[in-house]
Each structure stands twice: as C-alpha cells, then as structure tokens.
Design a protein around this ligand. Structure first.
Ligand code: CP
Ligand code: NVA
Length: 309
C-alpha cells in the first residue's frame, strides 16, 4: 500500500505516468465520458484548516470517478474533542478506502498514515502541499511542454509550497530560483532530509528581480499561511518588496507563465495586473487540482491503468 504524504513519495517515472494519466482523465471529463473506476469506494476527507479548492476538487473528483465522499473537520468530529489521531486513523480506515488530510504538522499526517489501513493523501500541511505542485506541473506541461531544464522562480515565503517545489525540482530535473525575505528562508533539511539534492536544482537570490531573470514560470503565495496568522503584521512589513508585479514579470522570459496556488491577495504578494494579466494561468492551475488528484486516487487504489491515450 502506498501513501502520498510528500512529493518525494512518488518517483520521476510515477510522475511521468501520472501526468499522462491526468491528461486522459481530463479529456474524459471534458467530453462528458462517464468513467467510474471507483464505484463503491469511499474517500474520507479531514480538514483541520480551511479550504475551497481542495475540498471541492477532491469531492467533485471522487464523485466523477463513481465513488462517494465523507467530509470531517476538527470542529464537527471527535478530533476537536481530543480523540487521538491514531484512534481516528484506525476507525476511519476500517470504513473507507482512501483518506485525504489537511492538517498542521507533517508528523500528524505521518502518524495517521502509520495507523491507517488505507492510502493517505496530503491535502496540505505546514511543511508540504504535493497535490498543488502536481497541478502546477501539469499546468506548465499543458502550456509549455516538459519542465525539465526550465527555471521556476519562487518569490515570497519559504513555506509548504516552496518546500514542495524544491522536492519537485530535485526529482524532475528543473531549477528553482528562490527569493525570500530574510528570516523566512526555506529549510532545505525539510525538503531533502539528510540526502544531498541534485546539484543545481535550486539557487538562492536576495533580490526577487534577479531571481526572476530567465524564469519560465514565476510563482508566489500568500505572505501569511494558515496557522501563522499571529505573525501577520511582522510579515506585512518583511514581505513588502516581495510582490510579483509587472516589472518582475518583465525580468522573466517573454513567454513566462505566472502561477499562484490561491487564495490570492491582490496588492500584497501579487498585483492585480499580473494575476489577472495575459501571462497568468491561475484558473487552469486551480481546475487541474481536480484532474491530477483523480489520477492520484486512481493510482493509489487501482495501480497503473493501461489505456491508449
Ligand atoms: N490551493 C489550495 O489548496 O486552495 P484551498 O486552500 O482553497 O484548498
Ligand atoms: N501556503 C498557503 C497555501 C494555501 C493553499 C497556506 O498554507 O495557507
């Protein structure tokens, strides 16, 4: 049994398969072709943090695959009344076939997986957001082809998204240019553990403009992630120069794309001109969450499917 707890849980070969599979599954959806490989399967979703995209994409996606969904939050379940994560995992995994969790520390997700009889998917933790990076990569491939050898510029917080980009760059052969305010750098140990990452898979820049030079994709995220709200004021000051604007986009390649996992705050981490402009693919990116996650659920439950593209 496989879990998907962080991006590095799948190999480059798995991703090659999953991106091809996503394209097939997306095509079926777009042509209204019924595809119900997960009839009688149930997905449990546990949200300990808010969500719009993750909730809707998993729920709609599982329904489209013929399965059903149970949604729990910490406030409406016994998790909010201090039932342990281990007991919750034992119980839920006896009644359902696959579980998606959005929570705080990665170790909480790992403990759930350890006690689960069924595959567990990371729907965002403080440390990682692998489903989102899968959607971003798939979106890049749809618009521009292979990401190998390309430059992805990360402007802003060294957060769950940034850590996951590092894992993806290491595995899939591209380079991340990172520019974060001082005090908000990525923790390479989180992304790579004790392992030495592939040489040149990331470069650090003080100046976000320099980080954008030569980028094929510029991407950013909120200044304050969920769970860090107490730092809001300090972050507003520290991040003031890390706003993706038209000047930064002009420093990137002329055909560079802009992505943002959303929700976005126009006028903070990105200007309205950029996120609503011609280089932005944020709506495709959001939609693709559903298509990649359908491929992940199918893969975790049924393995590789051979079907002509
Ligand atoms: N991008 C993302 O995960 O969005 P939600 O927080 O709305 O799920
Ligand atoms: N880094 C953000 C992503 C939201 C989808 C957060 O963790 O809140």
């Amino acid at each position: 049994m496989k879990h998907y707890l962080q991006f590095s849980d799948f190999s480059a070969d798995d991703y090659a398969y999953l991106f091809e599979r996503t394209a097939i599954i997306k095509r079926k959806f777009k042509s209204y072709e019924k595809y119900h490989p997960l009839v009688d399967r149930t997905l449990a979703m546990i949200f300990e943090k808010a969500s719009t995209r993750t909730r809707v994409s998993f729920e709609a996606g599982m329904g489209q695959l013929g399965g059903t969904v149970v949604n729990l939050t910490s406030t409406d379940s016994q998790l909010g009344r201090s039932e342990s994560i281990e007991d919750t995992a034992r119980v839920i995994s006896r009644m359902t076939d696959i579980v998606m969790i959005r929570t705080f520390g990665q170790e909480r997700l790992e403990r759930f997986a350890e006690y689960s009889r069924v595959p567990v998917i990371n729907g965002l933790t403080n440390e990682f957001h692998p489903c989102q990076i899968m959607a971003d990569l798939f979106t890049f491939i749809e618009h521009r082809g292979s990401i190998a050898g390309k430059v992805v510029t990360w402007v802003g917080d060294g957060n769950n998204m940034a850590n996951t980009w590092l894992q993806a760059a290491d595995l899939l052969g591209f380079t991340v240019h990172l520019s974060t305010p001082s005090g908000y750098e990525v923790d390479e140990k989180l992304a790579f553990g004790a392992r030495q990452p592939r040489a040149g898979c990331y470069k650090i820049f003080k100046d976000p403009m320099q980080a954008c030079a030569g980028a094929d994709l510029v991407t950013t995220d909120v200044w304050t992630s969920m769970g860090y709200e107490a730092e809001n004021e300090a972050r507003r000051k520290a991040f003031a120069d890390w706003c993706v604007d038209e000047k930064m986009m002009a420093a990137a390649k002329p055909d560079a794309l802009f992505m943002h996992c959303l929700p976005a705050h126009r006028g903070e981490e990105v200007t309205a001109e950029v996120i609503d402009g011609a280089q932005s693919v944020v709506w495709d990116e959001a939609e693709n969450r559903m298509h990649v996650q359908k491929a992940v659920m199918e893969y975790l439950l049924l393995g590789r499917i051979s079907e002509a593209a």
